[in-house]
Ligand binder design. Structure first.
Ligand SMILES: Nc1ncnc2c1ncn2[C@@H]1O[C@H](COP(=O)(O)OP(=O)(O)O)[C@@H](O)[C@H]1O
Ligand SMILES: N[C@@H](CCOP(=O)(O)O)C(=O)O
Length: 386
């Protein structure tokens, strides 16, 4: 992460979209894409906010569930505007918006009731919502970075990841968005480890994928810091010749709904099937030249895709018919995150493959378009604007 000066008044935050799972790596693998959520932020550092620090009055209102006064104070400390892209359905009230609510949570962990100086944010979000391209993970990463920059908290990227994981509990999307590249990660939930404390803590209701958005109400966001070192991660080798064709259906599928379709237990055979392919996949995507048959086979999965197929008409057809022997340049196919987007890894013939995939969706009456994306190796970036 780059940070050009200590307390900038005008800066931008960019966060890449991501695809989670990549076939067998359910809740484990994430891949960052060259499609960026961008925040342009202005902080008026000449006018400190009077209500930023907790005093006795604020301590009292903290205790009141869903406190309107607290929301109103926060809403006065920050304004947000979206540019046109994917913005129509998003809340622009800061106390209801995922990016600013996440920032609010981080501020409150640092004893700040609201932003310490008035903040104005313009948000450009080309990441389609609810399609399995990590829009919520990117929003959460942007939110922790916003608090860090606007309040000069000095958090490093590992600590930012702890805060992001207090909100989004599966680490695949946020790890890739924050770090960039092809990332494997897990929550360290061995006894007494940080993630165990996090999962047992009062943060539990904040998980956006299991709870209503009201769970972000001030009463549920008591200012408790997440433990240090909640996750472990490694950035895996990636062959830069490999691009992703994101085939994006017109309909949305909420991650929470697609997670509810999964079973609680798996057979040993299915577990071994995924483990074997996952081990091969983490290595083979870094090899040059790429091995199409090996990659295609190693992207098979028995943990989530078959259970989600009923929610994504055409998915089974795409997985079955898009093969390297028929389509030169194609390397592998998977459901992106919780879907409904399908990601096709390829090294050539991107448009031919993208059009073919859209036509297979169309046979199932699913309108879709495709985008050819590079892998983003930078992750979260924060830059001062002169
Ligand atoms: N840029 C954003 N600003 C505010 N909220 C966002 C943004 N991006 C995503 N979200 C929230 O996350 C939801 C989508 O999350 P989710 O169902 O997990 O799908 P995805 O696969 O896109 O992450 C949106 O409906 C919205 O509530
Ligand atoms: N591992 C998660 C990933 C969800 O990603 P999203 O981009 O669909 O939010 C899952 O498969 O549920």
């Amino acid at each position: 992460m780059t940070q050009s000066s200590k307390a900038p008044s005008h800066f931008e935050i960019t966060v890449p979209a991501s695809s989670a799972n990549i076939g067998p790596g359910f809740d484990t693998l994430g891949l960052a894409f060259s499609l960026h959520l961008r925040l342009e932020v202005r902080v008026d550092r000449t006018t400190p906010s009077h209500s930023a620090r907790l005093d006795e009055h604020h301590q009292e209102i903290e205790d009141v569930a869903h406190n309107a006064e607290l929301c109103s104070l926060f809403d006065q400390s920050v304004t947000i505007r979206y540019t046109e892209q994917n913005s129509r359905e998003l809340a622009v009230k800061p106390s209801r918006n995922l990016i600013t609510k996440t920032a609010w949570y981080v501020l409150r962990c640092h004893g700040l009731l609201v932003f310490p100086y008035p903040v104005d944010v313009i948000i450009d979000n080309p990441i389609p919502l609810g399609r399995g391209l990590g829009s919520s993970g990117a929003a959460v990463v942007a939110g922790v970075a916003l608090a860090n920059m606007a309040a000069s908290l000095g958090l490093d990227k590992n600590r930012l990841l702890d805060y992001a994981l207090a909100i989004e509990r599966h680490p695949d999307n946020v790890s890739a968005s924050l770090l960039g590249g092809f990332v494997a990660s897990y929550l360290d939930d061995t006894p007494n480890a940080s993630a165990t404390k996090l999962l047992e803590s009062r943060f539990q209701p904040v998980d956006i994928h299991t709870q209503q958005t009201d769970a972000f109400a001030p009463s549920a966001m008591a200012p408790h810091m997440p433990p240090m070192g909640v996750s472990r991660y490694v950035q895996l080798p990636w062959n830069p010749r490999i691009k992703a064709i994101a085939v994006i259906p017109q309909f949305q599928l909420a991650t929470v709904k697609a997670r509810a379709a999964l079973p609680d237990t798996y057979t040993r055979a299915d577990l071994v099937f995924n483990l074997q392919r996952l081990a091969v996949l983490t290595h083979t995507l870094g090899q040059d030249p790429p091995n199409p048959l090996l990659i295609h086979a190693a992207m098979s999965d028995r943990v989530h895709q078959i259970y989600r197929a009923a929610l994504v008409p055409g998915l089974e057809d795409l997985l079955r018919t898009l093969v390297p022997t028929e389509l030169p340049g194609l390397l592998g196919v998977c459901l992106s995150g919780a879907g409904p987007t399908v990601v096709i890894l390829a090294e050539d013939n991107f448009d031919t493959i993208g059009k073919k995939a859209c036509s297979i969706f169309a046979e199932r009456q699913v309108k879709a378009h495709y985008q050819v994306l590079n892998v983003d190796q930078a992750g979260l970036q924060c830059k001062t604007i002169a």
